[in-house]
Write a protein of this length. Structure first.
Length: 129
């Protein structure tokens, strides 16, 4: 229980730092602690648009310096692809597109028939790049 509380607090802290524009601090944290990739699914579900956008910026920066670490986020993003809220599915697809592995792109391919037209468009854009 105590570990769960600290994980929740850590996720909130990461999200708050992203909201404040401290992406470089979060990049450093992810470089130091690969376990933080497992928080990606929760972070991409944050209600704050700036946090979700910041996750894309974070992943783009990490792709330049730690491309091989990005797939560590895939397990945490898979459940987000089934969220009821379309923007969450679309944002998860965006991160999977940045991860850009066969596994990630196969998951994006599954969104080509999503019920939401914007999610379908995001998936199509990722797969045609």
């Amino acid at each position: 229980m105590n570990n769960e509380i600290s994980t929740t607090e850590l996720i909130k802290t990461i999200a708050d730092f992203i909201e404040m524009g401290h992406i470089e601090n979060i990049v450093a944290m992810f470089k130091q602690e690969k376990e933080y990739y497992q928080f990606s699914g929760e972070l991409i579900k944050d209600e704050r648009f700036i946090v979700r956008m910041g996750m894309a910026v974070l992943f783009e920066q990490l792709a330049e310096i730690r491309k091989n670490d990005l797939p560590l986020a895939i397990p945490s993003l898979i459940p987000v692809l089934n969220e009821k809220t379309p923007y969450m599915r679309g944002d998860a697809a965006t991160l999977l597109g940045i991860i850009d592995t066969n596994e990630a792109l196969e998951l994006v391919r599954g969104l080509l028939h999503d019920s939401d037209p914007q999610v379908r468009e995001i998936a199509k854009d990722i797969l045609t790049d």
